[in-house]
Design a protein around this ligand. Structure first.
Ligand code: NAD
Ligand code: SER
Length: 318
């Protein structure tokens, strides 16, 4: 069967790379990118794109029927830092957009699979911080984390009750050079590279010893398509799969950058995002993802740093 894929939030940090990957895999004409805002040129020029608000349930259903959509990747959300600034709006957007998509998948028979990303933000201050298990205490105290935990409950509910094939990953902080991140707590690990190259210094909004789980973008994209391609019978979970990868703090990242830019200086001025970061895990136990669908990230701190510096330098020179 020919797949027709809809990506909601295709102009964002993940969507801009996932769209290109899916177009390579399924053919450009079969991957429909949508967002509230225009995407980067390569997404716009490589296949169909439409401005669409996921909160508009009527347009959403018309779009899905018109294009015979069979899979949805729903990436639109308000991320952790921005969510704390406008908690009620973030809750409204994060929850109601997901419920719109789930209800659509339940009603439209052609839609066979839904991917919706969860986050390490589902964990909270009472969760064991090191090698955080798949199943553990989950008492998030940020509006973003609460919305992700509630979202995980809803996707599992729709799977059990209505047989919608929902799939999800608890992404760690994602590091990429193509599209800048959209207002999260882990954004420092991208900003630092731009500032190091442009100015040789960076003022970090997290404290130097704040260790968080992170992942290079191509590992996240490969994980996402691998999970979506796996036979349903192999999946033991329809909540969010834990995935780990890298685990470092700003001090360790700065030391790695100094191997290439010896004069690089970092100073620390923690802001409200520090309070979010201290409630999140330091590292993740991802054995179930490895076993169920073969999760196997490639990048370590050293290869990620080398690649980020090289690619951002190229980008800034152009
Ligand atoms: P992003 O902020 O970069 O992109 C989100 C996109 O959604 C934006 O382009 C935005 O314009 C769009 N959008 C917002 N409201 C919309 C609406 N009403 N209708 C249509 N589009 C709308 O975010 P991202 O980093 O690409 O994250 C994508 C998903 O992955 C989110 O659910 C996020 O919570 C999750 N996630 C991201 C990370 C990360 O480090 N990037 C980590 C964990 C989870
Ligand atoms: N990178 C994301 C954030 O900081 C984690 O979900 O919001």
């Amino acid at each position: 069967m020919k797949e027709n894929i809809m990506i909601i939030g295709a102009s964002g940090q993940i969507g801009s790379e996932l769209t290109l990957k899916l177009r390579e895999m399924y053919g450009a004409g079969h991957v429909y990118a949508t967002d509230l805002k225009e995407p980067a040129r390569d997404v716009l020029e490589s296949g169909p794109f439409e401005l669409l608000d996921v909160m508009d349930d009527k347009r959403l259903i018309h779009f899905a029927i018109r294009h015979h959509i069979t899979q949805i990747y729903h990436l639109a959300a308000v991320l952790s830092g921005n969510a704390e600034k406008l908690p009620m709006q973030a809750w409204h957007i994060n929850m109601n957009s997901l419920l719109n998509v789930l209800d659509l998948a339940k009603e439209v028979e052609e839609i066979k699979k839904v991917f919706w990303p969860s986050s390490i933000a589902v964990f909270g201050p009472t969760t064991p911080k090191k090698n955080t298990p798949q199943l553990t205490i989950m008492e998030p105290n940020t509006v973003y984390g609460i919305s992700k935990l509630a979202g995980e409950r809803w996707i599992e509910y729709f799977h059990k009750r209505y047989h919608v094939d929902t799939r999800s990953i608890r992404y760690p902080g994602l590091i990429s050079y193509k599209t800048e991140p959209g207002g999260g707590t882990t954004d420092y690990a991208v900003e630092i590279f731009y500032q190091a190259i442009k100015h040789g210094r960076y003022e970090c909004f997290l404290d130097k010893k704040t260790t968080l789980p992170m992942l290079y973008m191509s590992d996240a994209i490969n994980a996402t398509v691998k999970l979506m391609e796996t036979e349903a019978s192999s999946l033991s979970l329809h909540t969010g799969y834990n995935i780990g990868g890298l685990s470092f703090n700003p001090d360790e990242l700065a030391n790695e950058i100094r191997k290439y830019l010896p004069g690089f200086r970092i100073t620390y001025k923690p802001d409200f995002r520090q309070d979010i970061a201290t409630t999140w895990p330091e590292s993740i136990d991802d054995r179930i993802a490895r076993k169920d669908w073969g999760y196997n990230p490639k990048y370590n701190l050293s290869s990620m740093t080398e690649l980020m510096l090289r690619e951002i330098r190229k980008k800034l020179n152009n």
